[in-house]
Write a protein that binds this ligand. Structure first.
Ligand SMILES: Cc1cc2nc3c(=O)[nH]c(=O)nc-3n(C[C@H](O)[C@H](O)[C@H](O)COP(=O)(O)OP(=O)(O)OC[C@H]3O[C@@H](n4cnc5c(N)ncnc54)[C@H](O)[C@@H]3O)c2cc1C
Length: 472
């Protein structure tokens, strides 16, 4: 059946005219805005939330490898420098040198530091504001319409940066995008308070005999519902099974026929682990897996989010009833952001392939070197990330950054890569605005020189920089 449509045409006020307009204030958008403003561009950033950081802010996903990024063995020159390094160093000052160990505290720290850096760089912010349709002149994006409590408004811009995580602007501008269905993997963090940590940790690290039968039960359920192996379940397996048999809790729960949701990161094991139980608080996350999760289908994502939020509440009740130390605990906070690890992204002018990573390929328009794995093999040699991967096809005036600019695999989503993408996008946007050209027509050598000399970005060793004509 053909979907009914309506036509809307209305006059809306133009509230600003800027050089660079960034849609989305996650880590990629924030880095891009700061880099653009430092490059001399009059810069504005809009975000649909009232706080910055995206997955690492309201998403409370501040753990993982982020604390390692400063001394990341693969990040060149002894760790991340430039705006990403500055951000992480400033966060560490408030996170006791353990950024990422305490999701609740560290996501607040991250949001705070971004606000301070925006203020210092004189980036104008418009929060609780949704980036809607782009202003278009032919195939060129010349600004955005936005929606917020003031109504519909327009903002003109020489260059727009799409850092919405789902390439919202690119999609609305008519650029080719992919749904990235093979890797969406949404997740949501929550924190339990009032946990007797002494009792919980003593139980956790005590003797646990898990029978072969219990293991086979868990294995069977995971394979049937999740289609992937059992992870991080010990020592809870017998408790999960008992609750399942009592009809009180499901180690994995189906949300319609689309996805299975589970506490896929298990329960934190030590105070030093990155979910770091401390002060009676325990944070962990639920994750969804399934074929056909499309981050660009809002009706579908709503049903999945409802299912996930119900499951988090049920998980909290399970922990209270079954896990020693949790008897007097309560659900303190659930992330308001239903984040995805992958999902919709642009079909870029050039997209890094698994083959590129296996071969450690070099590109003349490199903006940083990255390392990672294709899911199975860890790539020990670096691969160039090309500037063209930030540029959509068909549409001009637009640069993408962060997970808007990737369709996985290969995995390019880790935070330090999104930060480096944002930095490159912001520098490029400022150059395009300054020269009155589209992002595809900037002087890439000048972009690379700025990245290397101003931000100490990892574009390669001295020999490679010489080969690129960036040093003598
Ligand atoms: C569950 C989960 C676990 C993860 N674990 C790790 C890990 O361990 N290590 C690691 O390195 N990485 C991890 N990641 C990946 C990493 O967090 C992300 O790749 C990264 O944060 C993406 O940054 P981003 O700025 O591209 O997107 P986001 O952080 O998603 O930011 C997008 C921003 O855009 C805003 N926005 C979206 N649409 C609009 C719109 N239309 N108008 C206005 N604003 C909009 C959002 O509010 C948000 O602020 C994880 C991600 C998830 C979801």
């Amino acid at each position: 059946m053909q979907q009914e449509t309506v036509q809307i045409s209305k006059q809306i006020p133009v509230i600003a005219d800027v050089d660079v307009l960034v849609a989305g204030g996650g880590i990629a958008g924030c880095t891009a805005a700061i880099a653009a403003a430092r490059g001399g561009a009059r810069t504005m950033l809009v975000d649909r939330f009232g706080l910055l950081g995206g997955n690492m802010g309201p998403g409370m996903m501040s753990g993982g490898v982020v604390h390692q990024a400063l001394g990341y063995p693969y990040a060149m020159n002894g760790g991340l420098k430039g705006i990403p390094g500055e951000f992480l160093v400033r966060c560490e000052g408030y996170a006791g040198g353990q950024m990422g160990h305490q999701h609740l505290r560290d996501s607040a720290v991250g949001s705070y530091i971004w606000l301070r850096m925006m203020e210092e760089a004189k980036v104008r912010l418009l929060l609780n504001t949704y980036a809607a349709d782009p202003l278009l002149e032919g195939d060129r994006v010349t600004g955005l319409t936005v929606e917020n409590k003031s109504g519909s408004q327009a903002i003109r811009a020489r260059v727009v940066v799409d850092a919405t995580a789902d390439a919202d602007v690119a999609m609305r501008a008519g650029a080719p995008v992919g749904e990235g269905e093979s890797y969406v993997h949404p997740g949501m963090t929550f924190t339990m308070a009032g946990v007797d940590l002494e009792e919980f940790l003593a139980w956790l690290h005590g003797e646990h005999e898990i029978s072969d039968d219990d293991r086979a039960w868990a294995e069977d359920i995971f394979t049937r519902y999740f289609g992937s192996p059992v992870r991080r379940l010990d020592p809870l397996i017998p408790l999960y099974r008992k609750a399942w048999e009592m009809g009180e809790y499901w180690i994995i729960k189906n949300i319609e026929d689309i996805a299975g949701v589970s506490m896929d990161h298990g329960i934190p094991h030590s105070p030093n682990e990155y979910f770091g139980p401390q002060d009676g608080l325990v944070s962990t996350q639920i994750g969804l897996r399934g074929k056909g999760i499309r981050s660009g289908d809002q009706a579908l994502m709503t049903r999945l989010e409802i299912g996930s939020r119900l499951y988090i509440f049920e998980t909290a009740q399970f922990l209270r009833r079954y896990v020693p130390g949790f008897e007097r605990s309560y659900l303190l906070v659930v992330s308001p952001y239903f984040g995805t690890r992958g999902g919709r992204g642009i079909v870029a002018q050039y997209a890094t392939t698994v083959e590129d990573m296996r071969e450690g390929r070099r590109f003349d328009d490199v903006v940083f070197v990255h390392y990672g794995s294709d899911g199975a093999t860890k790539m020990e040699q670096g691969t160039d990330f090309p500037y063209r991967q930030l540029l959509p096809q068909k549409v001009e005036g637009l640069i993408c950054a962060g997970i808007s600019s990737i369709l996985q695999p290969p995995s390019l989503r880790p935070r330090w890569k999104c930060l480096l993408m944002g930095q490159a996008a912001g520098v490029a946007a400022a150059l395009a605005a300054r020269d009155g050209v589209t992002p595809g027509a900037i002087d890439v050598k000048e972009l690379q020189r700025t990245l290397v000399h101003r931000y100490d970005a990892p574009l390669g060793d001295r020999e490679r920089l010489r080969e690129l004509g960036l040093v003598d």
